[in-house]
Design a binder for this molecule. Structure first.
Ligand code: ZN
Length: 246
């Protein structure tokens, strides 16, 4: 089975469209590690695409915040403004869908998906110290996570945690062979708001038969997404940061 692994779409329709086109024919099922909405200007299009195409989805903190499940006091003022805007424009059907998304981990054929970590759906696993703790809570040896918007992740090699690196900026893909004796926390990266210094949309494909993960990056119409954010009256920094990938 080949899974297209998406995360942190954040209502960026231009980025999602580029990923859909780039990944065509390379997968059997689509999974999403959460944050369908928040920050970007196309929450309804993004949720409708996920509803129609994803076999399994876990909720992200923005999915909760934009549908009244979480207190906005945990959000910085920019994220809070975007969440309030999103709550206003989401259709009732799309809001109901986002509100009903399950909390991770969700286990599929021998692996699991979460938003933050298996320990805490809202945890940011940014370094080996957080990863080392989170590995203990996994029920499968392979886990896909999001939330940090940093492509890569972590490998537990039976004695210590190693960092998995993202696709190099001069390339558009990178392979990771799964060693069945190790454990993996794999971040496909963010589609709609990358924060790892590479503005290209990020995703991954997991081929469970081959035991292979392919990290991918694809350029998209950043200017188009930025214009929609500005035209919607969302905080301008949400448009600016897309060009920097930070
Ligand atoms: Zn996110």
């Amino acid at each position: 089975m080949r899974y297209l692994i998406l995360s942190d779409i954040h209502a960026n329709w231009e980025a999602l469209g580029a990923v859909v086109a780039d990944s065509a024919g390379s997968f059997d099922q689509v999974l999403c590690c959460g944050d369908l909405v928040g920050y970007g200007a196309d929450p309804n299009l993004s949720v409708e695409w996920v509803r129609a195409n994803c076999a399994a989805v876990v909720r992200g903190n923005h999915d909760k915040a934009c549908t009244g499940l979480d207190d906005l006091e945990w959000f910085n003022p920019i994220a809070r403004t975007a969440a309030l805007w999103t709550a206003q424009v989401l259709t009732p059907e799309n809001a109901d869908y986002a509100r009903a998304l399950p909390k991770g981990p969700v286990t599929l054929g021998g692996f699991e998906i979460v938003h933050g970590s298996a320990l805490d759906e809202d945890e940011y696993v940014l370094g080996p110290a957080e990863a080392e703790q989170a590995f203990f809570y996994m029920e499968n040896r392979v886990e896909f996570f999001g939330h940090t918007h940093v492509q890569g992740g972590f490998l537990w090699n039976r004695s210590r945690v190693e960092i998995l690196h993202r696709v190099a900026t001069r390339s558009n893909k990178q392979l990771l062979e799964i060693d069945p004796g190790c454990a993996y926390m794999i971040n496909p990266g963010s589609i709609g708001q990358p924060r790892d210094g590479d503005p290209r949309a990020a995703y991954a494909v997991y081929d469970t038969d081959a035991g292979m993960v392919t990290y991918r990056r694809v350029a998209y119409d950043v200017a188009g997404a930025q214009k929609k954010i500005r035209d919607a009256g969302l905080p301008p920094i949400l448009a600016d940061r897309l060009a920097a990938g930070r």
